[in-house]
Design a protein around this ligand. Structure first.
Ligand code: SAH
Length: 241
């Protein structure tokens, strides 16, 4: 079962939005689990501080490696990777999320202040991961985003897994446009082909739309798609090229 442990200065933020909807139901039904570790509990002083001024000078505070190491050491690993949310990390993508969702879970380390003493990463085999090229005030919301993306891929949590296969990124493309009633909205009609009942034509139209949108919005994905062809899953990546 997927088990997430979040190491944070703000454990009260969890499960937060992860309590909503199908993920929340899955959590209360024990289909996945979450616990938190308060970094403050591992402070070595009566003030409960966990940070100090940066060596070499400069603004802000740096989280101490020894205190974070003690917090990490208090968590049973159970073969889970330790992922530190960080704008300097490698960007998470759907392939990585999928691989994580199929594993035993993860340990998320949330930074605050200016960041974390560099020595921690090698000392505890911590991998830095980012949720995008922008800077948050702390790792908590990034950890929630990562955990939510993983948990929604767990088949028992989603219930019907049917909608997952055609999502953005699944075939190396962004998703085609979706429509629903009313048939006309402020003078804009649903494309005729979608009302034609011709499933072959609809599939082709969606494929062309997905390609056009990916090409226009994400040249990086488009280049990868053209090189390797549709990627339905890691297993048949090679067969479909
Ligand atoms: N001084 C740091 C930024 C610190 S932001 C730098 O320039 O790299 C404070 C914390 O927010 C970080 O330690 C990290 O845990 C979290 N954070 C900020 N942006 C993030 C992002 N894009 N992805 C994941 N975590 C992020």
């Amino acid at each position: 079962m997927f088990h997430a442990t979040v190491i944070t200065l703000f454990p009260e933020l969890f499960p937060g939005p992860l309590r909503a909807s199908v993920l929340g139901r899955g959590l209360s039904e024990g289909l996945w689990s979450l616990d938190t570790v308060n970094i403050r509990d591992f402070s070595d002083n009566k003030y409960g501080s966990v940070d100090d001024t940066p060596a070499g000078g400069g603004a802000g505070m740096v989280m101490r490696a020894d205190i974070l190491a003690a917090a990490i050491d208090a968590v049973p690993r159970n073969d889970r990777p330790i992922l530190c949310l960080s704008p300097r990390g490698r960007s998470l993508d759907q392939a990585r999320i999928k691989a994580l969702s199929e594993g035993p879970g993860l340990i998320a380390l949330c930074g605050r202040f200016e960041g974390i003493d560099e020595r921690l990463f090698a000392a505890r085999n911590v991998e830095e991961v980012s949720i995008g090229d922008f800077v948050l005030a702390g790792g908590e919301i990034a950890a929630m985003a990562m955990i939510e993306a993983c948990v929604r891929l767990i088949p028992a949590v989603l219930g019907s897994a049917s909608s997952l296969g055609e999502e953005s990124f699944e075939g190396g493309l962004l998703e085609y446009p979706q429509y629903t009633r009313p048939r006309e909205f402020e003078g804009r009609a649903i494309p005729d082909v979608l009302l034609s009942g011709d499933h072959q034509k609809i599939t082709e139209w969606r494929q062309r739309q997905a390609e056009a949108i990916t090409r226009a919005r994400r040249p990086d994905l488009w280049a990868g798609y053209q090189k390797s062809g549709p990627i339905r899953s890691d297993k048949n990546k090679d067969e479909t090229s």
